[in-house]
Design a protein around this ligand. Structure first.
Ligand SMILES: C[S@@+](CC[C@H](N)C(=O)[O-])C[C@H]1O[C@@H](n2cnc3c(N)ncnc32)[C@H](O)[C@@H]1O
Length: 496
């Protein structure tokens, strides 16, 4: 039977692929819509594939003598293909409507992955990922009614089948147990189950699986944010001035070839004047991974006739440009949402040696402020010290990350007032879009995450009704950083 070590490489490859097993994204904008012919296509496609490629001996390899139901392999392929189709729909359109093309692509990537890694390894990885969700929920609640566990109502509301095969498997493995209390049946974790949960968590953290899930969730929330410009205007009305002073700080010159990361709705691209500064003798490529954010930015282009501007959908961690293509790479309010070390490395790769990198990003959240503390108490109470509370960079995070790749780094810190006057907007922006506490929120069952976000919103409502605008104004630390790309291929000084 395969152990965590045996599937580590499979989970790592799965993280780097477009496969998705647990479709949290499906719940960002309500239920994913598969019309019946697309569901049928996925159903029959995964059934035919499983019939053609599944071998009985895989069951013994993956699970030894455990009584795993014969429908399990097909369920695993179906759920993976359906989740991947939903993920592709979100990633490509920012909407939960799965088209035939998303379903076909999802079937292909799922099948290719299984054929490449082996059905037994795929199934073992699938089991670990779903066990992680199940065990995590049992650990959080202490115990769950058997009916709640089986329906996945609280922890996997997207599944539309009973989790009985998974429960039987956990009980056979000795990681969960059933018990009766006052005539009702409950499920709880065993000591072995708690140990396994720590192993699964370590595996998913180390392979980057959980971080990737957080980032995807965040990007989807930005896509959903129809009112981005007005949200920023309400929370940080000085953002426009900050963007303009950051543009001066970047030292970008007319005629340069500039890449903008996380352009969002184009506030820095257009409103702060980036495209105008670069002008027709240069070029700007504005990127963002959230498709609907890009749509909003593109809508601002119409009145500007700027043929030197292009939009490309891409995350900072995987830029679709050749090495050395730009004179400057700039990002305004996006670095803190990326996997910073990977994003910095990518920015350096696409820059010419001597090119400019410039970033404007918020720093660690002002949790010491009494309003902030009280507002976010429902979620901050999840944090067990000494862990970091929020996902925000510390003062040294970005400078340390850029140091190996950039020289002559200039850093400036300042602060900007944020207005906590609208409970719905502040809660939605920080908890969902920015994903401030995602490291903690994504470790709890889905229903609990939803409940705590609501509780936070209610806290905000109460605070707003009790305090003046002045009291609800929080100084927020920000950092501007600029550096010059090192030529990492140049021979060190003194060597021939
Ligand atoms: C706070 S908005 C900033 C938008 C714009 N630059 C501005 O000044 O208003 C952050 C943007 O970063 C994008 N983003 C999120 N994750 C990202 C990632 N991994 N790589 C690049 N951009 C990302 C979001 O989609 C969003 O549009």
């Amino acid at each position: 039977m395969y152990q965590v070590e045996d599937v580590r490489h499979v989970i790592a490859d799965l993280t780097n692929s477009s496969l998705v097993v647990s479709p949290w994204l499906a719940y960002v904008g309500g239920r994913v819509r598969f019309d019946s012919c697309i569901s049928d296509m996925l159903y029959w496609g995964t059934r035919d594939f499983t019939q053609a490629h599944w071998r009985r001996e895989y069951l013994t390899k993956a699970f030894g003598t455990l009584p795993v139901h014969s429908r399990f392999p097909r369920t695993a392929v179906f759920e993976t293909a359906a989740s991947t189709a939903a993920f592709l729909a979100y990633e490509q359109t920012g909407r939960p409507s799965v088209t035939e093309r998303h379903a076909t692509d999802a079937l292909h990537v799922t099948e290719d992955f299984i054929l490449q890694h082996g059905f037994d390894y795929f199934l073992s990885s699938y089991v670990m990922l779903t066990m992680y969700e199940n065990h995590n929920a049992l650990n959080y609640y202490g115990q769950m009614r058997e009916g709640d566990f089986l329906s996945g109502r609280l922890h996997r509301p997207w599944v539309d089948y009973e989790l009985d095969d998974e429960l039987i498997l956990s009980c056979e493995l000795g990681t969960a147990e059933l018990f009766v209390d006052s005539g009702e049946r409950f499920v709880r974790l065993t000591t072995k189950g708690r140990d396994r949960l720590s192993d699964y968590y370590a595996l998913l953290k180390e392979t980057g699986y959980l971080d990737k899930r957080n980032r995807s969730l965040r990007i989807s929330h930005f896509s959903e944010m129809e009112d981005y410009d007005s949200v920023v205007q309400q929370i940080a009305p000085t953002a426009g001035d900050l963007r303009r002073s950051f543009l001066d700080f970047t030292t970008i010159q007319p005629g340069m070839r500039v890449l903008e990361i996380g352009c969002g709705s184009g506030s820095f691209t257009f409103d702060a004047g980036l495209v105008d500064l670069v002008g027709p003798n240069g070029s700007v490529v504005a990127t963002d991974p959230a498709p609907r954010m890009l749509e909003r930015a593109m809508m601002k282009r119409d009145p500007h006739d700027v043929p030197w501007l292009d939009f490309v959908q891409a995350p900072a961690e995987n830029l679709p440009f050749p090495d050395g293509s730009f004179d400057a790479v700039v990002n305004m309010l996006a670095m803190h949402l990326t996997d910073i070390p990977t994003a910095v490395k990518e920015m350096h790769r696409v820059l010419k040696p001597g090119g400019i990198v410039a970033s404007f990003h918020p720093l660690d959240f002002p949790m010491a402020n009494s309003i902030v503390q009280e507002w976010f108490r429902p979620v901050s109470s999840l944090v067990q010290q000494p862990k970091r509370e929020t996902t925000m960079p510390e003062k040294s995070t970005v400078p340390d990350a850029v140091a190996p790749y950039f020289r002559d780094v200039v850093c400036q810190e300042t602060s900007t007032p944020n207005y906590y006057t609208n409970p719905d907007i502040v809660t939605r922006f920080y908890l969902e879009s920015v994903g401030l506490f995602d490291d903690h929120l994504t470790r709890i069952p889905w229903a609990e995450r939803t409940r705590l976000i609501e509780e936070t919103r209610n806290n905000g409502r109460r605070l707003c009704s009790m305090h003046t605008t002045e009291e609800l104004t929080v100084e927020y630390p920000v950092q501007m950083l600029r550096g010059i790309a090192r030529d990492l291929n140049a021979s060190p000084k003194g060597c021939a």
